[in-house]
Design a protein around this ligand. Structure first.
Ligand code: PGA
Length: 232
């Protein structure tokens, strides 16, 4: 499966940061994998208009339009030029109380708009320590993905590895991705959580790892470029 390296800028970046996208396109003119950048929604239209890299969003509302102050629909994100939407990131599950059922409704909305849903799952450190990682993740997958047809990418992101510099062992990643492959045979499976230039190649070499969802190291071309190159 061709790998996908997706960047999640989270709540980082003003228009000045678009220079990093231009620098990335110059550094990796023919990337050896699919590349996606998910900037804050304020930058989607302008980044998409650059034509340098496919652009995604970080969340959407389940509805198409209506009285939902501050929210954005998948149709609006598509209209701005987004091709994908990250859904159910652990920061949204924690900060906004998003349940897997709410995530499933958003996946349906993303499919309705013709975009790719990138669904995030992952256990907390307490859940892993209690030996419950596989059970938690499989329950999240089952509840977060609705019936129906649409483009889907799954990102396994252990909560304790996000932004911490810590990662699971390669064996732990292989074990979880093996379970996910059995559940989702045809779906691209990304690993996420403290992926950086120094560990990307070894993570990409793990069985059933079809790419990465990268947070902090996606903000600068000098970090994201080498991660993309490692996916070749
Ligand atoms: P990180 O974030 O690469 O900064 O750990 C990953 C993510 O939250 O998608």
């Amino acid at each position: 499966m061709r790998k996908l390296v997706a960047g999640n800028w989270k709540m980082n970046g003003t228009r000045a940061a678009l220079a990093e996208v231009a620098a990335l396109a110059a550094a990796e003119p023919e990337p050896p994998c699919d590349v996606l950048i998910c900037p804050p929604a304020t930058l989607i239209a302008e980044m998409a208009a650059m034509g340098a890299v496919p652009v995604g969003a970080q969340d959407c509302h389940a509805g198409a339009a209506g009285a939902h102050t501050g929210d954005l629909s998948a149709e609006m994100l598509a209209d701005a030029g987004a091709v994908a939407v990250i859904l159910g990131h652990s920061e949204r599950r924690a900060d906004h109380g998003e349940t897997s059922e709410a995530v499933a409704a958003k996946v349906g909305a993303v499919w309705r708009a013709g975009l790719t849903a990138i669904v995030c799952v992952g256990e907390t450190e307490a859940e892993r320590d209690a030996g419950r990682a596989a059970a938690v993740v499989s329950a999240q997958v089952s509840a977060s993905i609705p019936d129906g047809d649409g483009a889907l990418v799954l990102a396994y992101e252990p909560v304790w590895a996000i932004g911490t510099g810590r990662t699971p062992s390669l064996e732990e990643i292989a074990e979880m991705h093996g379970m996910l492959r059995a559940m989702l045979p045809a779906t691209r499976l990304l690993y996420g959580g403290s992926v950086k230039p120094s560990n990307a190649a070894e993570i990409f070499a793990v069985a059933n790892v079809d790419g990465a969802l990268v947070g902090g190291a996606s903000l600068r071309a000098a970090d994201f470029g080498p991660i993309i190159a490692a996916a070749g």
